[in-house]
Design a protein around this ligand. Sequence first.
Ligand SMILES: O=C1O[C@H]([C@@H](O)CO)C(O)=C1O
Length: 551
Amino acid sequence: RRVPYHFDVEYTYKKPDCYEHVVIGINGKFPGPTITAEVNDTLVITLTNKLSTEGTVIHWHGIRQLDTPWADGTAAISQCAINPGETFVYEFKVDRPGTYFYHGHYGMQRAAGLYGSLIVNLPKTQSEPFHYDGEFNLLLSDLWHTSSHEQEVGLSSAPMRWVGEPQSLLINGRGQFNCSLAARYGNTGLQPCNLKGGEECAPQILHVEPKKTYRIRIASTTSLASLNLAISNHKLIVVEADGNYVHPFAVDDIDIYSGETYSVLLTTNQDPNKNYWLSIGVRGRKPGTPQGLTILNYKKISASVFPISPPPITPLWDDFERSKTFTKKIISKMGTPQPPKTADRRILLLNTQNRLGGFTKWSINNVSLTLPTTPYLGSIKFKLNNTFDRTPPLDTFPMDYDIFKNPVNPNTTVGNGVYTFQLNQIVDVILQNTNQLTGNGSEIHPWHLHGHDFWVLGYGEGKFRPGVDEKSFNLTRAPLRNTAVIFPYGWTALRFKADNPGVWAFHCHIEPHLHLGMGVIFAEGVHKIKKIPTDALTCGATARMFANNKH
Ligand SMILES: O=C1O[C@H]([C@@H](O)CO)C(O)=C1O
């Protein structure tokens, strides 16, 4: 099947948290429309940029883009930003079932609200390896009252003006600022919301029947916030992560980092004469944002009946041991392909916050990524000169780097070199966290890889010890994912096969961190790519090449 969608991307006024803001909508909607497809469908998304003064692109997060690397939707990497007024057609196959989403990947357009859900179902003739009677889809995000442009200028200023914590958390684009659905239980410090239900910011209620099982799909496209989601009185059974089945396990709440998706099963086995809270709260950073809330409503009673107790308490933001316990529970479903026993190449990537003149940056092995003006895909494919640094970035960092201290040399450099892999090479990446630039502390970073899933081999404390820590790698039940977190002062080890010709971003999914340079570029087998639509490359040196060749 070919499944067509038309996306008009345009700034629009919305009231996502009851206050009016300008957000990026699609076809007038915020969040954008949910894309639903079946495995092996070809999605044909015709995008028209109706932002009057800026380019745009959309990344299909979690879709590997096999044979269509030009459709990955990363500005300056896989394509040129689509100019105002122009139309670009994304055409790609969705080859695996799962919970995905899409979002802007140019400037800070994700923070501006350019996102939506993407769900790939099994064909009707096949069934999932777990039973459910109905499903819900929750897209989680965070909202600031400053515009993404103001945030961008702040981050790029000397001294940097940090974006701070979001004003609201949104569930399917809905939140409440300055009032709380749970005000009556005390201690929120906020007024009751008094919503009737028809408002743009009224929560989307989950209406359920008793004694049934529901699949709840959850994706986080937050710009910054790490979240914890809980539903009062109900267990959640985790069955899917980032489009891959996992070994099912039951929990009271889940942590979800930006760029991750999950499916959980919920059985409606509680008193059907009551309503229950669904809450999301901030973890990993000192919260300055109230919980996002909605209601799980057993249809027998009205959804406006208040739950008998207050919403679940979000676990302490800095209880990282609790976060690790949850994350380490995620192992692959029995029978999932497992990683090769050894890798052909290993890259150690040191994550540091640094300075460059009066500016603040994030760097990987002391290089802060600044994207070139010609998309890498075109530069490499057509062997163009002087379009980006041809010296590859370093595969490691000085082994005497003390990750528990402020950087001895806080100064960084900018660069846009590429890690190039042999096609089908097995690559290990060790992500190494460090102490921040000033003061004590080490932040969480969720790293997202384009074009591939990776196996998560393990998480460790302190500095990775080559020759020692490999012994702890999980090579038998390693989960496949496209996003993995690094915990404070720790390392995370990933393995993947470089089997997808293209140029792929690998970066922290915290949008301001990416903007400050926290990413690297991977490439493999670009010479094997057959056809790249000219429309993807009509900027920079590829545009000049086309003009000179009188294409
Ligand atoms: O990149 C960041 O900068 C700030 C802080 O470190 C400096 O203001 C913060 O919390 C980040 O995550």
